[in-house]
Design a protein around this ligand. Structure first.
Ligand SMILES: [Zn+2]
Length: 258
């Protein structure tokens, strides 16, 4: 950590503080140092402490310049900690947090991460970045991810693909059904069930929703499946509404009798 490229001790201390609880003070102080502050943060991307590396990558989300792109790329592809890789991808991609977007081959970087990172959350983060700008390399990578087994990645790739190419059709029902039935995180399954409310009626959706109502015990999954099935199957909705009316009439009678 100590060679001719190392920043002065005072800036090293600020960089290390980026990984501490009072990182905001350090961030402002480093930002005030302009290029020297950025160079120090780049140096900190290879700090042995993971939290310092995350802090440095995060610093570049707000203060990054084009000089940061290559070091962020290096970290996004090779840092051993998923949290550091994810932050580096965010900082390389995010346009909202900085005065102007970084110049560099962002799509090339995101393609590589989306296709190959060993951590699913990191890959999802890269997929989120591939919604734009339009690029045939992104479309090719997304189509290849759609062939993969992991439904959570498939659905993220599908949304990015639709954003890349609004005429893309694919098989949204098949995808949503696979996620709804999978052992993906519950929030992903709920999103897929929510999506099935808006997609055209399809026997595969009906079968999946009936299966969930038969076998699932989680009340939120059941409730989402119920509402989706009301949209997907007019007979189910009619039967449910009739039962609700009967219950209403019975309740009214009971009230009269007492
Ligand atoms: Zn950001």
């Amino acid at each position: 950590m100590c060679n001719e490229l190392s920043p002065p001790a005072e800036l090293q201390a600020l960089v290390e503080q980026l990984g501490a609880r009072d990182w905001k003070v350090a961030e402002a102080a480093l930002a005030a140092r302009g290029e020297a502050g950025i160079a120090a943060a780049i140096w900190g991307l290879s700090h042995p402490n993971v939290r310092v590396r995350v802090g440095c990558a995060g610093f570049m989300d707000h203060h990054g310049t084009d000089a940061c792109f290559a070091p962020l790329r290096q970290v996004a592809l090779h840092d051993p900690a998923p949290s550091v890789r994810r932050m580096a991808i965010h900082s390389a991609t995010c346009q909202e947090c900085k005065p102007c977007p970084l110049t560099g081959d962002l799509v090339g970087l995101l393609d590589e991460v989306a296709l190959r990172d060993p951590n699913r959350r990191v890959r999802l983060h890269a997929l989120w970045g591939l919604h734009r700008p339009q690029d045939p390399r992104a479309v090719a990578a997304l189509k290849s991810i759609l062939e993969e087994a992991d439904p959570e990645l498939q659905i993220a790739a599908y949304h990015a693909l639709v954003s890349q190419d609004p005429t893309y059709q694919g098989d949204p029902i098949g995808l949503h059904v696979r996620v709804a039935l999978s052992d993906a995180h519950k929030s992903e399954r709920l999103k897929a069930l929510w999506g099935l409310r808006r997609l055209p009626q399809d026997p595969r959706a009906r079968a999946a929703l009936e299966q969930i109502l038969r076998t699932e015990t989680d009340p939120r999954l059941r409730s989402y499946a119920h509402h989706a099935l009301k949209q997907q199957d007019p007979n189910y909705k009619a039967a449910f509404d009739a039962k609700a009316r009967e219950r209403g009439i019975a309740a009214a009678r009971t009230r009269k009798e007492f």
